[in-house]
Design a protein around this ligand. Structure first.
Ligand SMILES: Cc1ncc(COP(=O)(O)O)c(C=O)c1O
Length: 301
């Protein structure tokens, strides 16, 4: 896994910087528990990964939100917040902002890294779909350019393989990994050693690399087909931009349409329609939804 992360993402790491977890969920849980004290501030986008928000709230940290725009999380708003209150952690998904799917541009990335250095907060980078990029090479993670040791990087095989595997990872400075490993020992003594050994064989034999290449092609094709169908079948009801990567489309629906009702009907037909992503942007109730029919039903997570 360490070699794969080093080669595919340019992470300057050794085995001491990596801990295998049961999916990203456990990685986020460990990071928040080990780094954030109850009452300290964790910042997320006003639309963000709801499961992560639950972990943050459960930890006793104070969850604060900043706006999300067409370039992802608003880094200037984070800077303004830093002037008012100490921030301990910022959760981001720069490869594709979750759920709006946009890529965070280079200037914003550098600014965020700089802010983390200046104000001493931790950036929790969730790179949930790094392996799926269709228009160009992926932008390297923030963790690859983190000279200040401020980034904790999490990801998993949930998108590239299956969420049922529950194999994820967290990358961090060695002493942080050690603290997380100690905590993990209390809640999940050994992990699933047999499964992890089997996955290691897939990496070692090059099978995972071949699988990734194949999956990338298949999902590229699915994205194109799905977007075509959305245009032809729902062109009058929704607006969306074709995502440059990932496995989801972020769409704005005609406000006259009741999304909870549509979601209920869609799910009955095997169409992935995340109701927790039917949400409000900029505090104005609007009908936005994350559509995920690009994924195989059997691997939906
Ligand atoms: C933003 C985000 N992060 C992470 C994950 C994956 O979580 P896990 O690795 O625990 O399956 C998902 C899954 O949908 C997600 O949307």
């Amino acid at each position: 896994m360490t070699e794969y992360l080093r080669e595919s993402r340019g992470l300057p790491i050794t085995i001491d910087n990596v801990l295998i977890t049961r999916g990203t969920m456990m990685a986020i849980h460990l990071a928040v528990q080990c780094i954030v004290q109850p009452g300290e501030v964790v910042v997320v986008g006003e639309v963000s990964y709801t499961s992560c928000n639950l972990i943050i709230k459960q930890s006793g940290a104070k969850l604060m939100t900043v706006p999300v725009d067409e370039h992802g999380i608003d880094v200037e708003a984070i800077e303004q917040l830093c002037q008012k209150t100490p921030i301990r952690m910022v959760y981001v998904t720069p490869h594709h902002q979750h759920p709006t799917t946009v890529i965070m541009p280079a200037e914003r990335r550098l600014r965020l890294l700089q802010l983390a250095k200046t104000h001493g907060f931790c950036i929790l980078e969730d790179d949930y779909d790094y392996d799926f990029h269709y228009n160009s090479n992926p932008i390297l993670p923030l963790a690859a350019a983190d000279s200040g040791r401020n980034v904790v990087y999490v990801g998993s095989l949930s998108k590239v393989f299956s969420p049922a595997l529950r194999v994820g990872y967290v990358v961090a400075p060695a002493e942080v990994i050690e603290a997380m490993a100690n905590l993990r020992r209390i809640i999940d003594r050994q992990g699933d050693n047999l499964l992890e050994a089997a996955v290691a064989v897939l990496f070692r034999d090059g099978e995972m690399r071949r699988h990734l290449k194949k999956a990338q092609k298949i999902y590229h094709h699915r994205r194109d087909l799905f977007c075509e169908m959305l245009k032809t079948e729902l062109g009058n009801e929704i607006e969306f931009s074709k995502p440059t990567g990932g496995l989801a489309v972020w769409a704005r629906f005609d406000p006259a349409i009741s999304l909870p009702e549509v979601a209920q009907k869609a799910v009955k037909k095997g169409f992935g329609f995340r109701t927790d992503c039917i949400t409000a942007l900029n505090s104005t109730p609007r009908a936005w939804a994350l559509l995920r029919s690009m994924r195989k039903k059997s691997s939906a997570g």
